[in-house]
Each structure stands twice: as structure tokens, then as C-alpha cells.
Design a protein. Structure first.
Length: 403
């Protein structure tokens, strides 16, 4: 039988069914991005709920933490006790027509429940893509241990390169390891979907916070491998480029991201310091790096006469990368935010917009985050359960439902 072609104007992932067993951040972020682009994402929480529902204040008008809402829009939700056989039977019913399963339990949990991919699910659901997210993977010296963003930042060297000499090692201000792990999980799922188009079979996708944290080092790891010197803390500066740092202007701080000699020349002309171009200490990027302290002194003296917004506007128009150091409210107050639809309100839920925009299949954040157990009735009805069976599952405490 030929399946109907989905209406992809609703999003590139329209027609894709995703069962989301993940919680907290990396997994929910991955599945939220799938939902933003049209996938039907069923978020299954334990009877106690996703921990992030309580990680506040702030809380919304329904008593739900803003943290939960940040990574769970676009999904339908139900609560299911997978520690009981009856709950696992419900999950298996949902997997019959599912394309993707995402989980971030401690390694071995799904196997203990008889739901391991290789031993149990791959044969029964050969087209299923099974995405496993964990701290360190299932085996090896750290295998099976729990993973937390800040701990991985510390273990994998990210904290050692963040901060200043005075501050000491400092956690990056956003949970960058969790975020990028979520994006890596999304990438893995999309790669597996592409492979399934050719092979007809699903596969396991594995991402770990440990691998992600090490991969984030990029140029710092490359510099160390090449030179043998351990990277240090440079504050906002760059180990390979100058000037590439924040500087004080008359009314606030700006960041200069000058990458090459042409940009440095245009910068000097814009701020009336053409004399710096003739100074042998600043003629090339390598020269500027060797004399970075002297360069900073010259620039700070010069930039103190300029207002930050005016200066950054003029520099950017001249092709010199520069931006004011904004607070979060200032960042979202920029006119370009509205132009790019990066602050959205859908169904009473306000949040940052979609960072990936497709011309033909744009996607949209169409559904607010689910209330706890909100969609159990409709999800189970679609899976073939009659009302008597649903009522029995509720009465037994297998599912939690809001009627």
C-alpha cells in the first residue's frame, strides 16, 4: 500500500513519530528541535515527572518551571511507569509505528527492562532509530557513570580555558556540553534517517557528554597537539588572534573580533589611529599577538572617546566585526530579533525562535510545552487502547492522565 505523502509545509520532519524517554536537557533539546520541524514527539515522563518541571523559580502560571518549557515545546506528554511490566507493554505498543526513540537513562537501564536495542528492539522494530544519550557510554573506565554538564566541563578541560588568570577555572555560563550533545544527537538521528532511506533499517545512535566536551576544545586541542603547550585562561581574548577581545568604550563594553590585517587597517582608519598601522609592533597578526598588552593599552585609550552602539554600527558597516556586550534583555530588545522571528509567542508560550530556517519546509513552534500527563488519553487511543483499558491503566497507577 502506498503511504500518503506528508504535507511538508508543516516542517521537514512531518510524518515522523518520535518517542522521547529523555529528561532534563540534552535529550529534550534534541526532540524539541525535531518537534519544531514537524515531528510528532511523544514525551514520556516517569510518575514523578521530568526533574526540570521543578527547577525554579521562575515558574509559569501553571506552576511549571521555565526551565522545562525551554526544551519541551511542540510535544505531547504522558506519564508512564516503565519500572512495571504493564508500563513497558504500553511503551512497546507506542513503538510499533515509531521512527525514533530517544533515551538518556543510565546505561544498562533499558537492557534491564528487556528493552535493549541490540537484544530486544532491533529485531522487533527493524526500522526504529534508537538514540542513546549518556555521560560516558556503557563501557570503558568511566562507562555507566552519570554525566552532568558542569562536571564534564571540569573533567574535559573546558573550565581550564574559561575565565581569567585572576578568576581561576570557570564554568561556561550556559550548559554548553548539554546543548551541543543535544545538537549531536539531532545530527545522529538525521544521519540515521538518511541511511534508513537507503538500507531500510534503523540503527543505534550513541552520543555522550564526554565525547562532546572533548570535541568542543577544537582549536585549544589543536594548539596543544601542535605546540605541546597547555592552553591557559585568556578571559575573552583569543590565543591566535589580536585584537580579539572586549574593550571599554565611553558608555559600556564592546567586543572586537578582528581576524585579519585588512580588518585591522579599516578599524584604525575608523577610529582615527592610522599611526598604529606604521607601528612595527602591530603590522601583522603575529606582531600584534607578541605585543598584545601594548596594543590593548593603545585601544583602550582610543575607544574611551566613542559610544559603544555608534562605534559598533560604524565598524560593522565598514566590515570590521564588533558588537556591544549586551545583557540578555538588551540582546532580545535588538530590532533584528523581531526581523529574524527569534522571540516567539505560541499558545501563550514565549521563547527563543527556531535557529534553523528552511525555505520550503520552515517548521514552527506550534504547541506549548505539555502539562504533566496531559495527552495520555489521546496518545493511548491512537495506539489502539480502548477506554476501559486506559481507565484500567490509570487506576493501576501505570499512567497518569489529566482528563
Amino acid at each position: 500500500m502506498t503511504m500518503p505523502t506528508p504535507d511538508l509545509t508543516r516542517g521537514a520532519m512531518t510524518g515522523l513519530k518520535v518517542v522521547d524517554l529523555s529528561r532534563v536537557l540534552a535529550g529534550p533539546l534534541c526532540t524539541q528541535m525535531l518537534a519544531d520541524h514537524g515531528a510528532d514527539v511523544i514525551k514520556i515522563e516517569p510518575p514523578s515527572g521530568d526533574e526540570t518541571r521543578g527547577l525554579g523559580p521562575p515558574f509559569d502560571e501553571n506552576g511549571q518551571a521555565a526551565y522545562f518549557g525551554a526544551v519541551n515545546r511542540g510535544k505531547r506528554g504522558m506519564a508512564l511507569d516503565l519500572s512495571r511490566a504493564e508500563g513497558r507493554a504500553v511503551l512497546e505498543a507506542l513503538l510499533k509505528d515509531a521512527d525514533v526513540l530517544v533515551e538518556n537513562f543510565l546505561p544498562g537501564t533499558m537492557e534491564r527492562w528487556g528493552l535493549g536495542y541490540e537484544a530486544d528492539l532491533s529485531a522487533r522494530f527493524p526500522r526504529l532509530i534508537y538514540c542513546s544519550i549518556s555521560g560516558f557510554g556503557a563501557d570503558g573506565p568511566l562507562g555507566g557513570l552519570p554525566g552532568y554538564d558542569a562536571v564534564l566541563q571540569a573533567m574535559c578541560g573546558l573550565m581550564s580555558i574559561n575565565g581569567t588568570q585572576d578568576s581561576g577555572a570557570t564554568r561556561v555560563g550556559v550548559p554548553i556540553v548539554d546543548y551541543v550533545t543535544g545538537y549531536n544527537a539531532l545530527t545522529g538521528v538525521l544521519l540515521a534517517l538518511a541511511a534508513r532511506e537507503r538500507s531500510g533499517r534503523g540503527q543505534r545512535v550513541e552520543v555522550t557528554l564526554f565525547d562532546t566536551a572533548l570535541a568542543l576544545l577544537v582549536r585549544h586541542a589543536a594548539n596543544w597537539i601542535c605546540s605541546g603547550n597547555a592552553p591557559g585562561r585568556l578571559g575573552s581574548a583569543h590565543p591566535n588572534i589580536a585584537p580579539y577581545d572586549k574593550f571599554a568604550a565611553a558608555d559600556g563594553e564592546i567586543f572586537l573580533g578582528i581576524l585579519n590585517d585588512g580588518q585591522f587597517r579599516r578599524f584604525c582608519q575608523k577610529v582615527g589611529r592610522g599611526d598604529l598601522l606604521d607601528d612595527p609592533r602591530f603590522r601583522s597578526n603575529a606582531d600584534r599577538l607578541r605585543h598584545v598588552a601594548a596594543l590593548r593599552a593603545e585601544l583602550e585609550r582610543t575607544l574611551a572617546a566613542f559610544k559603544s552602539d555608534d562605534l559598533c554600527r560604524d565598524l560593522m558597516r565598514a566590515g570590521v566585526p564588533a558588537g556591544a556586550v549586551n545583557t540578555v534583555p538588551q540582546a532580545f530588545a535588538q530590532a533584528h530579533v523581531a526581523h529574524r522571528d527569534m522571540l516567539i509567542e505560541r499558545d501563550g508560550h514565549r521563547a527563543p525562535g527556531l535557529p534553523v530556517k528552511l525555505a520550503q519546509t520552515p517548521g514552527d513552534a506550534t504547541r506549548r510545552p505539555p502539562r504533566f500527563g496531559e495527552h495520555a488519553q489521546e496518545i493511548l487511543t491512537e495506539a489502539g487502547f480502548d477506554q476501559a483499558a486506559i481507565d484500567g491503566l490509570i487506576a493501576a497507577g501505570i499512567i497518569t492522565s489529566q482528563k
